[in-house]
Design a protein around this ligand. Structure first.
Ligand code: SF4
Length: 243
């Protein structure tokens, strides 16, 4: 039987906590990479210059340290510019409305499924990182993702196929997609989201359930008011300080 100052890692190996005193509050939140660094956002998707400042400020004002997940799209889709995703886009745009579109759709769904499988390594590594904090007695106050992302969406995510189908409805030309801008992407994204987590945050949610950890999750939406979003995140995580 474990003593009170022993706890378990994800692999159930007993660990004795080191005793020490310093100034840390022992509170931490896990956040998507781009919350701290907007430069990792997909092209034409960054809503802030450097970071999701309001969310970050709320966390810091509540003495919550910030642990950054890796950016799965940068890792799995070939870097900041996501060439593995965007190289497919012209083919999907050309095929839309033709007999080839169902085939392209099937190919894209399969590709996303494989992406989800490849993401498992990142999800497992992130959960092991969280296990370490939990095992050392830190309070993990929450997980903050990015809603409307196909990857880090928490309550809603982007359906990448639907984006192609929605172009005409939101008045974005296929040519404009070769050089997208933030407002066009916003209209497209809002029209193409589904009530389902992204493949990375869905995996994190499963990891939490598997460990029986009751840690709140919330996603900040890049195309909604930043201050209102920060307040919503704050409430979801049960934070008290800040506006
Ligand atoms: S939402 Fe996730 S995948 Fe998208 S840029 Fe942010 S960290 Fe990367």
């Amino acid at each position: 039987m474990r003593s009170q100052d022993e706890t378990a890692l994800g692999n159930d190996r007993p660990r004795k906590r080191m005793e020490f005193t310093d100034h840390r509050a022992r509170r931490v939140a896990f956040v998507s990479s781009c919350i701290l660094n907007q430069n990792t956002r997909a092209p034409a998707n960054a809503d802030q210059k450097a970071a999701a400042t309001d969310v970050v400020t709320q966390l810091l004002e509540n003495d919550v340290g910030i642990e950054q997940f890796p950016c799965p799209e940068c890792v799995l889709w070939g870097g900041l510019a996501r060439p593995k995703l965007y190289d497919q886009q012209p083919r999907a745009l050309r095929a839309f409305g033709t007999w080839r579109f169902p085939i392209v759709k099937l190919f894209s769904r399969t590709w996303m499924f494989i992406t989800g499988l490849r993401a498992r390594r990142l999800i497992n590594a992130s959960m092991r990182r969280m296990d370490d904090f939990v095992a050392e007695g830190y309070e993990v106050v929450g997980v903050v993702g990015v809603d409307a992302s196909p990857t880090c969406g928490v309550s809603e995510s982007l359906d990448l196929i639907e984006v192609v189908a929605q172009l005409e409805n939101v008045d974005v030309t296929p040519e404009a997609m070769a050089k997208p801008d933030f407002d066009d992407m916003g209209r497209l994204t809002l029209a193409s989201t589904i009530k389902k987590p992204g493949y990375f945050m869905g995996g994190i949610a499963r990891g939490l359930r598997k460990r029986n950890l009751n840690i709140p999750m919330a996603g900040v939406h890049p195309w909604k008011d930043a201050k209102a979003e920060a307040r919503r995140i704050s409430e979801a995580l049960g934070l008290t300080q800040g506006s």
